[in-house]
Every structure is written in C-alpha cells, then in structure tokens.
Design a binder for this molecule. Structure first.
Ligand SMILES: Cc1ncc(COP(=O)(O)O)c(C=O)c1O
Length: 391
C-alpha cells in the first residue's frame, strides 16, 4: 500500500493527551475489572422523550430529506432568540447574531480559523478544555495561557498578563461554568473582561457549554448579559449537556454580528447545515417546558453532594463544584496527577482524568465526572478510601 504523508498542518496538531488514558482503561476492562469510569465528560442520561419524539416525527417529513438552508432554518434561529430572551433577558437578531453549529466543539475550532492569521495570539485558560488548542493550531496561531488559580476562584487574573501579550492577543477563550474546575463566573469578572476586550480589541469567545448546570439554586450567568458584551464577543452554547444531546451534534453561537458572519461564511464552504429534523427537535427542546433541565440539574446536584460527602468521609479535603458536572480534586502528596490517576485505576479501578491533561496549571488536581449513579460514586469513594492515602 502506498504511504501518503500527512500534511504539515496535521503534523503540528497538539497530541491528544487523553488517548493514552482511554488505552489504559481499555486494557483494564480487557482484564475484566469492574471499573467506575469518572474520567470522561459524556452525559450518561438519555435525551428527554419529548425531544426524541419530535425528531422521530420530523424525520419522516420529506421537506427535511432535501438540503437544509445553508445557514440553518429560521425557525431554529427564532427559537434560539426566544430562549436567550427568556433565560437571560438578552435580545438577539435571529439572522445576524445567531449561527447554527455542529455542536459547540465545531464552533470553538472554527473561531480561530475565522479570526486568526498565522502567528496571531489567542488567550486560553489553563487548565482548560483542550479543543481550544486544536482550532488555534489549525489556524497556525499561538497560544498564551491564562492561569486559573484556586486562590482566584479559578478565574484568570488579568493583572498577570503583560500589556505586550494583551496588545498582541486577538481572541480570548473563557468557559464558565468551567471544565475542568467546576468554577462559575461573577458579573464583575465578566464586566472586567468586557473592559479589557474593548481596550485591547480582543474578541471574547465564551464557551457556555455548562450554562444550564449551576448548583445551590444559582443560575450561571451568560456573558451576553453584561453591558457591551455583544460588541466584543460571542457565546457558544450546546444542546449536548442541557438536553443530553451529545450524540446529536448541535449547538449555536450568538453575539457579535461580524463573528457570526465569519462563522457562517466558513460554514458555507464546509457544510450544508444540519439535518432539518434535528433542527426541528432542537427548537422543540428550547421552546417546550424546561422541567427536564431542572430535573437534570437536581440529579447532578444530588450526585455532587453524595460524592463530595463520601470523599470527605475518607479524609480527602475536597471542595464542592458550583457548576458543570465535574469535581476538581487536589492530588495528595507525593503524586503527580498522572501517577495518582494511574494508582486509582490500578488499585481502586476508578478512572479519573489527570489535571495535567488540561494544561500545566492543571497539575496537582484530578477531574472527576458526576456521570455515574450515586451508588457508584459512593463505591468509588469507598475503594479510594481503602488505599489509606488521606488523613
Ligand atoms: C468546556 C466544553 N466546551 C465545549 C464542549 C463541546 O460540546 P459539544 O461539541 O458536544 O457541543 C465540551 C464537551 O465536552 C466541553 O466540556
């Protein structure tokens, strides 16, 4: 077979850190171990029945068997506008300020291709969701890391960034509720972000993937709720977490109309929008009762309380996340995050994600997903307790 070399573009993509974890997990499963896998971010609940029903009905509509309009159906963009108005009091223009995406990830990877030239600089949270790195690498742009520190509630401290870096930066990625730390943003932090973005001409890309998941009765705020935000940025929303639709691949970007136009333009060249029936079911998700979302958040909150309680009982001093479906747990001495994750896999058959996979400032932590039944979360804590690492 003839060998075809990969392009230079592909060769310079960042290595997928978590691929090696997936391999280790596979090997352990082959040995027949009863693993409790809390290492991934894959929602474990099904899509609510009324949304699946809407897809089933829409799938038989011949209208949707033809090509969809290039930039998506207007009914979905109208539904998104209503959703943002209802949930956040934010006004949007459906044709100019909304772009339909094949999931949040697609938009996050497309943004650097839309806005950055080779050598341009993007600011990225560290620790952070690794897919930001992918789009930046595809655009042959450069990353400057913004450390997220516990003492600053895992918000970047902009005073740590030099004016030279800020002058050079064209894009900034933020993500609250945060993967991997579970932190949430405050209004004052977002307001400071808008001022900084105005001053330095930076486009803020707020990844609101966990927007629906806030605990203790606190609803996470949208970046677009802040005065001036729409002028300096966009927010990326996904159906994956709010409605357990990760396999459906649908999300959207809202905000600054120039960025929305750039995304739509790039997508005109890449795709012909999503299957119309998926768009119809997505509109149903946004416009029908949100009781399913409230129940989902309550489920994650119960799991959070169970897990955090059980970990504290074994002597592990952990903080409860305020949002997202992750807990960010400090690694005991003398382990690195990877050594500790390996130890838990080998000796407790519990899978966690080592913090270093999310960036250098993720070292010292592991990420645990609240994506298993409460009994399994308790069992995970019991197994870890047997290793006698704490207290
Ligand atoms: C922080 C963050 N952003 C975006 C996404 C992308 O979600 P999707 O592409 O399914 O919309 C994820 C998924 O895990 C995520 O954790």
């Amino acid at each position: 077979m003839q060998h075809f070399d990969q392009s230079e573009l592909l060769k310079q993509l960042p290595k997928q850190f978590f691929a090696s974890l997936v391999e280790k997990v596979g090997k352990s499963l082959e040995k027949g171990h009863d693993l409790i896998n809390l290492g991934q971010g894959n929602p474990d609940q099904p899509t609510p029945a009324h949304i699946v029903d809407a897809l089933q009905q829409a799938a038989s509509n011949p209208k949707y068997h033809r090509y969809s309009p290039f930039r998506g159906y207007s009914f979905l963009k109208e539904a998104i506008v209503q959703f943002y108005k209802r949930e956040y009091g934010v006004n949007l223009d459906p044709e100019k300020e909304v772009a339909i995406l094949f999931g949040g990830k697609a938009g996050l990877v497309e943004i650097p291709l839309c806005l950055l030239n080779p050598g341009d600089v993007a600011l990225v949270p560290d620790p952070g969701y690794p897919d930001y790195w992918s789009g930046i690498a595809l655009a042959r742009a450069k990353m400057e890391m913004m450390p997220l520190r516990q003492e600053n509630h895992f918000l970047p401290d902009y005073r740590e960034l030099s004016p030279t870096v800020l002058e050079k930066a064209s894009v900034m990625f933020l993500n609250y509720p945060n993967n991997p730390t579970g932190a949430v943003a405050t209004e004052s932090f977002f307001a400071e972000t808008v001022s900084l973005a105005e001053k330095y001409g930076i486009c803020v890309v707020h990844d609101f993937a966990y927007g629906a998941i806030g605990f203790d009765g606190k609803k996470p705020i949208s970046f677009l709720q802040i005065d001036g935000a729409k002028e300096v940025g966009v927010e990326i929303y996904t159906f994956s977490k709010t409605y357990n639709m990760a396999g459906w691949r649908i999300g959207f970007a809202v905000g600054n109309e120039h960025v929305i136009e750039a995304l739509n333009l790039l997508q005109d060249h890449l795709y012909v929008s999503l299957f119309g029936a998926i768009q119809e079911a997505a509109a149903v998700a946004l416009l029908s009762s949100q009781q399913c979302v409230r129940e989902l958040v309550a489920l994650y909150e119960r799991r959070r309380n169970t897990l955090i309680g059980a970990l504290r009982e074994i002597g592990w001093e952990v903080k409860a996340p305020a949002g997202s479906f992750f807990a960010w747990l400090p690694v005991p001495k003398p382990f690195t995050s990877e050594q500790f994750a390996d130890l838990l896999l080998e000796q407790a058959h519990v899978v966690v994600a080592p913090g270093i996979g999310f960036g250098a400032h993720g070292e010292g932590y592991v990420r645990v997903g609240l994506l298993a039944e409460e009994e399994r979360l308790k069992e995970a804590a019991t197994r870890i307790g047997r290793l006698k690492l704490f207290g």
